[in-house]
Design a binder for this molecule. Sequence first.
Ligand code: SAM
Length: 226
Amino acid sequence: MLVVVPTPIGNRQDITLRALESLKSADLIAAEDTRHSGLLLQHLGIKKPFLSLHGHNESSRCSEVAERIAGGATVALITDAGTPGISDPGRRLVETCVARSLLVTVLPGPCAAVTALVGSGFPCDRFFFGGFLPVKSGRRHRELSEAAARSETSVFYESPHRLTKTLAALTEVAPTRKLCVARELTKTFEEYRRGTAAELLAHYEAHPPKGEITLLIAGAETEPGE
Ligand code: SAM
């Protein structure tokens, strides 16, 4: 069986009892970065054989892992933080197991996008998740324009180094839209900062952002008068 196990996005206490149990009982742990995950498992007092499964070897490793599962092994899949498959490796392995009719189970757990969405206070009955915003400015501009036209909340992962550029682009494509920068969630300096693009741009130009960031753009129907 393949068990997809979300891990904390900052606060190590956010490991669930089922995640602990699954990691303890797995025959093998497939991890995005074995050194990084080694530290978490050491903290949890778990010692298991590791196999690396990251963005660059996922395709080739899939059949090897699926073969182990077909032979009766229970493999737990983890990434550096959060839910595997969400802007992280994992999707191909799940697809391979499904194609081979191998049992797959996914534990619910930490995910920055969902945590940020709920904490933003923006409507979360329907939402769009865009993963990482494109690095190239033309594509990023297009993605932001599409978000501005959407009626539901849009959620993106963003780098602290590009946040002010993105906010500057948003002053053009969505000047009155409510935005939320969710930063360092579950960590000591957790912050939800809400405002228009110009307000947030002024803040982050004066206080350059650090750490991990999820950016939320409220839907068009939350605009005043709409
Ligand atoms: N699979 C992960 C999940 O379920 O959230 C996401 C992995 S993706 C490679 C990492 C990105 O998620 C970061 O660059 C950041 O944009 C966002 N992120 C991760 N942890 C975060 C946190 N504690 N606070 C805000 N955003 C976070």
